[in-house]
Design a protein around this ligand. Structure first.
Ligand code: GLP
Length: 242
């Protein structure tokens, strides 16, 4: 595991974009696993800037997002699909058919087949070359919430009270927040050749400290990432030192 501690969010964003950019330059057909949330916004801004300067070409890159609320319409401004359009997909030359995200507008009974198809599509693409991950304040990755057992495949999940409280703040009316989500499981994340976990701000310190302390536990899903052979933790001073 490599730990990079940055002075601030700006530096973290530049460094994260450099690492992802290097992957794309090395392999123009790279398959990127992407994340939503506040943490990666700066990285996406830097990637868009690099694209605008002609430094990066995404025309052959494929992307698979980690998660989506359930149920939610992809056009809903709170959907992760809308987030990706706003921050990256529509701002670089990614092909629309190369941008993937779990479907949030499905009936619960459709979830198993839709989730299995998502995993198959990732496998058919050759697996993920670089997976970008944020971390929840409770240590979740994607929406793999703390639990006794974590699942390997993409699956539907009931969100924890902690996540409903944290993410509910982003909805105009927190009661409108979907209570469920679809998330990639630990299987596709661990099959990624490289994992880049990012965290910034004091409110991530407990999760980062818990993750980096010795030990792995499904009660803090990010701690399992220490078992990945190519993990980089990129955080700012506040997330690292508190
Ligand atoms: C969200 C998402 C995660 C994200 C995490 C941190 O709930 N499901 O994929 O990484 O929580 O979000 P943020 O970066 O906004 O703190």
């Amino acid at each position: 595991m490599k730990i990079i501690v940055c002075e601030n969010y700006e530096e973290l964003s530049k460094k994260g974009a450099e690492l992802i950019g290097a992957e794309v330059k090395k392999n123009p057909d790279a398959v990127l696993g992407l994340a939503t949330g506040n943490s990666p916004i700066g990285i996406y801004r830097c990637l868009v800037e690099a694209y605008q300067k002609g430094e990066l070409d995404f025309s052959r890159v494929q992307t698979y997002n980690l998660d989506e609320y359930l149920p939610i319409d992809p056009a809903d401004k709170n959907s992760y699909c809308a987030f990706m359009h706003e921050h990256l997909w529509d701002k670089v030359n990614l092909k629309a058919e190369h941008c993937h995200i779990p479907a949030g507008n499905i009936a619960p009974e459709e979830a198993p087949a839709v989730c299995a198809a998502y995993d198959k599509a990732i496998e058919a693409a050759g697996g993920i070359d670089l997976q970008l991950l944020g971390i929840g304040q409770n240590g979740h990755i994607g929406f793999n919430e703390p639990a006794e057992t974590l699942l390997t495949g993409t699956h539907a999940v009931k969100l924890t009270d902690s996540t409903l409280k944290v993410n509910g703040q982003l909805f105009e009316n927190p009661d409108d927040m979907p209570r469920h989500a679809v998330t990639m499981g630990l299987g596709a994340i661990f099959a990624a050749k490289k994992v880049l976990l990012i965290a910034n701000g004091k409110n991530k310190h407990a999760a980062i400290k818990g993750m980096l302390d010795d030990g792995v536990t499904t009660a803090l899903p990010a701690s399992l990432l220490k078992l990945h052979p190519d993990l980089t933790v990129l955080c700012d001073k506040e997330a690292y030192h508190g």
